[in-house]
Design a protein around this ligand. Structure first.
Ligand code: HEM
Length: 402
């Protein structure tokens, strides 16, 4: 880098809090530096990648390994580290492929389509209750109960345990977010120990009395170690709850801010599918993932040294003006929305079909029954996470269609 651009680089003020307070403003400022920029917004310095082409390339190239679990703590947090190291999200090459192929058997499009009647029934009964109330919180009263019931049914978790999952999932999500504090890690480490015991005993129960669920299916396959099984179930609890809750909540939020698009959807309900793709692009529930370079290489003319961390800003790639016309506009009639919100390559989201189905049904049914809705006077707050776009609460009042 020459002296002029070095001075300029020093001038941009990059703050970690902007990642949740003003992510799109931050991405814009980063993009001004080019598609890839070296900086230290997060605890561990690294390359911040905002370009679509570069993000897609890194996600697909196996010479970049997935991020390392808890790089900042080698000795401490041993329970959490043990759990994370057996999650497929943190595995590479053959170990990853083996586990992924196995778990994927529970997420085929046919299997997921089989959940449609359950999802429709749950959405309808939630809306029956909420519409009568006229005012409610979308996050905790609509999105969470839906996604929680669906993932618990898939896994085969007993009904009486399901309410505890919300707090578990929220804490564990923080532990994989780059904002994690030592306090979070300590609490997550303790939870990881408790959850290992919880799932160990559930596995024993299912061995004795198998059901028609994913836990029983994976036990029957007999191809995973007990630790791999436990880590997989914990990963699915986090992924199944958190990101899909955020997709549904972000959908209702985004339409609230774009009433003309809401009107268009009301007039043409067949747009629900493309509307969800546009929300995924515009307010992606996952904003950032990371990779580690396993050899010296070059990306967009920059030299990357083996061992360096690359932060892939999916939410920025999704607004790259080289790929999307009017990237900062929310337009549900876009013809092509090749967003990167579910990642790409070997780690492409295993639950994307399920997340899309839940969100499409939730939006279709909501828009059929609700004519207009407004935000109550409570302030909109995003959770202080760097990698996820997650509303704390979204209280609305609804007016029905009839
Ligand atoms: C809107 C909802 C969702 C979003 C935005 C999302 C996003 C993502 C992204 C970006 C990745 C790739 C991470 C990387 O490459 O580093 C991923 C991986 C994954 N997702 Fe999702 N996800 C969602 C819902 C779900 C659901 C419902 C499940 C399961 C029930 C799920 C399970 C997984 C798993 C297991 C992986 C790891 C795959 C692997 O490492 O091979 N996700 N997800």
């Amino acid at each position: 880098m020459n002296t002029v651009s070095q001075t300029k680089a020093k001038q941009i003020r990059l703050k970690r809090d902007d990642l949740f307070k003003d992510p799109y403003g931050l991405y814009k400022r980063l993009r001004e530096r080019g598609p890839i920029y070296k900086g230290s917004i997060l605890k561990q310095p690294g390359w911040f990648v905002t370009g679509y082409k570069e993000t897609a390339y890194i996600l697909k190239d196996s010479s970049f390994f997935t991020r390392i679990p808890l790089p900042e703590a080698t000795e401490k947090y041993s329970h959490l580290k043990q759990i994370q190291s057996k999650m497929m999200l943190y595995m590479n090459k053959e170990d990853h492929r083996k586990l992924r192929l196995l778990v994927n058997k529970g997420f085929t499009p046919k299997q997921i389509a089989g959940f449609r009647p359950l999802i429709e029934e749950v959405v309808d009964s939630l809306l029956d209750e909420l519409i009568v109330k006229e005012e409610f919180d979308v996050v905790s009263e609509f999105a969470f109960p839906l996604t929680s019931l669906v993932i618990a049914t898939i896994l085969g978790v007993p009904e009486e345990d399901r309410d505890r999952f919300r707090a578990w999932a929220a804490l564990l999500l923080q532990s994989i977010d780059f904002s994690r504090s030592h306090k979070t890690l300590e609490a997550s480490d303790q939870l990881a120990e408790e959850l290992s015991e919880y799932f160990s005993s559930l596995i024993a129960q299912k061995r004795a009395e198998p059901g028609d669920d994913l836990i029983s299916m994976l036990i029957k396959e007999n191809d995973c170690t007990e630790n791999e099984l436990i880590s997989t179930f914990i990963l699915l609890v986090i992924a199944g709850h958190e990101t899909t809750v955020n997709l549904i909540s972000n959908t209702i939020y985004t339409f609230l801010k774009h009433p003309e698009q809401w009107k268009m959807l009301n007039e043409n309900p067949t747009l629900a599918g493309s509307a969800i793709e546009e929300v995924l692009r515009f307010e992606s529930p996952t904003q950032l993932t990371a990779r580690v370079a396993m050899k010296d290489t070059e990306v967009a003319g920059k030299h990357i040294t083996c061992g360096e961390q690359l932060y892939l800003m999916l939410g920025a790639a999704n607004r790259d003006p080289d790929v999307f016309d009017e990237p900062d506009e929310f337009l549900i009639t876009r013809k092509k929305v090749p967003h990167l919100s579910f990642g790409l390559g070997a780690h492409f989201c295993l639950g994307s079909t399920l997340a899309r189905l839940e969100a499409q049904i939730a939006l279709s049914r909501f828009s059929k029954r609700v004519h207009t809705y407004n935000q109550t006077k409570t302030e909109i707050k995003w959770r202080p996470l760097t990698g996820f776009r997650a509303l704390e609460k979204l209280r609305i009042t609804v007016q029905t269609s009839n």
